[in-house]
Design a protein. Structure first.
Length: 260
């Protein structure tokens, strides 16, 4: 069985973060392992509090699973602080397996999930290690240091920072992602769904991409498959849960059903 590690924050509402990643891994037939970077008190309405995990404990979690179980691919999400970015970059640089970096910066509700001084460290230390980086358009613009870029231009700018490939999501009203690698720009199209349940869609995309890379997919093919998986998760989304933005349906994305 493939072994997938997620290094990310916890979402107490279960829609995104570590919880979403582990659900994706299980849905796609992989064994999921975790290294928590932060705890969030959140629900469908927003993030109410954030508690950062001590850096030494983040390191200990990664070393514990790597030394005993091993890792076939890693997905990185919320890292919270510059110190945690440094620790994660140090540990992951030794692994030599596919790495997907989802540069989570701000929650949908507007809560900041990555300290401003951590962006430069993320850019310098972690992005060059990545097999694929998966920012949305807003995150890609921050990484590139240029606002008002198109998705394609943003993908090119982030690619210049050192990762092997970049896919910018959510930058096109038609639902087209922008993939950029050494071969240049390739669009990834997919249908848009009006379920109203999109919380965790970015986590679903990046976690699925990590699984497909571990299965041996080339980065572009993995990004295409991940786009389809995330789209199905939104299509069958759990909009009836909570009073805000409902979570995507990560089991329904594989099984093809909407929970009732």
């Amino acid at each position: 069985m493939l072994r997938l590690l997620t290094v990310a924050g916890s979402d107490s509402g279960g829609g995104a973060g570590i919880q979403a990643d582990v659900k994706v891994f299980a849905a796609l037939g992989a064994h999921g392992m975790t290294a928590l970077t932060a705890l969030t008190a959140q629900n469908t309405l927003g993030v109410e509090a954030v508690h950062e995990v001590p850096q030494a404990f983040v390191r200990a979690q990664i070393r514990a699973v790597v030394s005993d179980i091993g890792v076939d691919a890693v997905k990185v999400g919320m890292l919270a602080s510059a110190g945690i970015v440094e620790v994660v970059a140090d540990e992951l640089s030794r692994l030599g397996c596919p790495l997907v970096v989802d540069p989570v910066m701000v929650a949908t509700s507007g809560a900041r999930l990555l300290a401003e001084d951590a962006v430069a460290v993320l850019t310098e230390r972690l992005l060059p290690l990545a097999t694929v980086v998966t920012p949305n358009l807003a995150e890609a613009s921050v990484l590139a240091g240029e606002p008002s870029l198109s998705a394609g231009a943003a993908a090119r700018a982030v690619y210049a920072l050192g990762p092997a490939a970049v896919v910018v999501t959510g930058g096109d009203e038609e639902g087209v992602d922008a993939f950029w690698d050494a071969g240049g720009l390739r669009p990834i199209a997919g249908p848009l769904h009006a379920s109203g349940a999109t919380h965790g869609s970015g986590c679903a995309h990046s976690a699925a991409l990590a699984v497909y890379l571990a299965q041996g997919y080339p980065p572009f093919d993995a990004a295409v498959a991940a786009r389809a998986f995330a789209g199905r998760a939104v299509e069958f989304g759990l909009g009836e849960l909570g009073g805000g933005i409902g979570p995507v349906n990560l089991v329904g994305a594989v099984a093809g059903w909407a929970a009732r």
